[in-house]
Design a protein around this ligand. Structure first.
Ligand SMILES: *Cc1c(COP(=O)(O)O)cnc(C)c1O
Length: 358
């Protein structure tokens, strides 16, 4: 098989999604499956749909469009605020989009009208992480303007935490989102279909002791794909953490000193951290690099230690593993490594289907 190669176990992803769908259903919360880390892979999207997610979401309209054209049947939500310049494409391929700017919502309404559609809007509220969101004090004004537009429907409210600043979802900020939903309904005499509380980072809160209030949806990517919660990156009980494995091939394996020699300046990627002197090591080079993955987000198997990387080389202490030239080693990936690996055209993606899945 060709290397580098990302092996993707569809059955493990389906199991993770189904487990989370069931756990959250017991709390009155549906799961929207987030596909952006897999570039909207239709096969993975179908596995999510089979597992019982309420819909699919992606931050790129290109990925939603790809899934639609591949025949994936699901409610499609664009979870990054649309570019004004892409409004036409957004109403064509997304049923719902997350928004914070009335100028964009106006354009979505115009474009939806032009093709005889009604586009659904979730208004994102800023709860402190300082990424996207309307400040709570400004929310009712944006709701009023949105309700005044002819070809958009206010689907609900949403919030996003723990992405830019690491602000954690809490009983307090989730209760604020609930009360904003209640207040919006009372003020305008409307019903909101969806209050989307957040991401995989909300799982501890959602499965914890306090009331989930009005929150009835979470958008899950990392927890489904990697089986970990993103606040402390701990494995989630009962989920697979190894649905993805990256394989790379050894192109050089030689005994070398662990310390460089000569005068030192910057390397290709800034000032390198000098390695510890551990005498002579069996140094291996894998044919993969920063173009293909985030080396800092790779975990090798036992006995191999990663030492450095450049655009196209990953350097390791092979220890006693004795991997010869031409051998492959497998690596587990964190979210950052997964994102970049999925985006590398040099990495073959191989889908594996476990027992019992067609
Ligand atoms: C990426 C993203 C998600 C999914 O986050 P995970 O941590 O992967 O679960 C949810 N909502 C928004 C707005 C996102 O951008």
């Amino acid at each position: 098989m060709s290397a580098p190669r990302l092996e993707i176990d569809i059955e493990k992803i389906r199991h993770n999604a189904k487990t989370l769908v069931e756990r959250l259903a017991a709390r009155g919360i549906s799961v929207t499956g987030v596909t952006k880390a897999t570039l909207g892979s239709p096969e993975i999207a179908r596995a999510l749909v089979r597992s019982g997610v309420a819909g699919l979401a992606d931050s790129r309209i290109e990925n939603l469009e790809g899934m639609r054209l591949a025949g994936v049947l699901a409610t499609m939500t664009l979870i990054r605020a649309p570019m004004l310049s892409q409004a036409k494409r957004v109403v064509a391929y997304a049923d719902v989009s997350f928004n914070t700017e009335i100028a964009t919502i106006r354009e979505l309404s115009d474009q939806a009208g032009a093709i005889g559609k009604r586009h659904r809007i979730v208004l994102m509220v800023e709860l402190g992480d300082l990424r996207e969101g309307i400040l709570p004090a400004d929310l009712q004004g944006v709701v009023e303007k949105t309700l005044g537009l002819p070809n958009v429907v206010l689907e609900g409210l949403g919030a996003n935490l723990a992405c830019r600043s690491g602000v954690t979802p809490s009983a307090e900020n989730m209760a604020l989102l609930s009360s904003l939903a209640n207040g919006t309904e009372e003020t305008f005499g409307i019903q909101l279909n969806r209050v989307s509380g957040g991401t995989s980072a909300n799982l501890q809160w959602a499965l914890g002791p306090h009331s989930t209030g009005r929150i009835d949806d979470l958008r899950l990517g990392e927890a489904i794909l990697l089986g970990r919660e993103p606040l402390a990156r701990q494995p989630i009980e009962g989920l697979h953490t190894d649905a993805f494995t990256l394989y790379a091939e050894v192109i050089e394996a030689k005994s070398k000193p662990s310390l460089p020699w000569g005068n030192l300046a910057q390397s290709a990627f800034g000032t390198p951290v000098l390695p510890l002197d551990r005498g002579t090591i069996l140094q291996g080079i894998f044919a993969i690099g920063r173009q293909d993955t985030d080396p800092a987000g790779l975990t090798p198997s036992a006995g191999i230690e990663l030492l450095g990387s450049s655009s196209d080389h990953l350097i390791a202490d092979l220890g006693a593993t004795r991997l010869p030239v031409g051998a492959e080693a497998g690596f587990q990936l964190n979210y950052s490594a997964l994102l970049r690996t999925m985006n590398s055209t040099f990495v073959t993606k191989t889908l594996l289907y476990g027992v019992g899945v067609a």
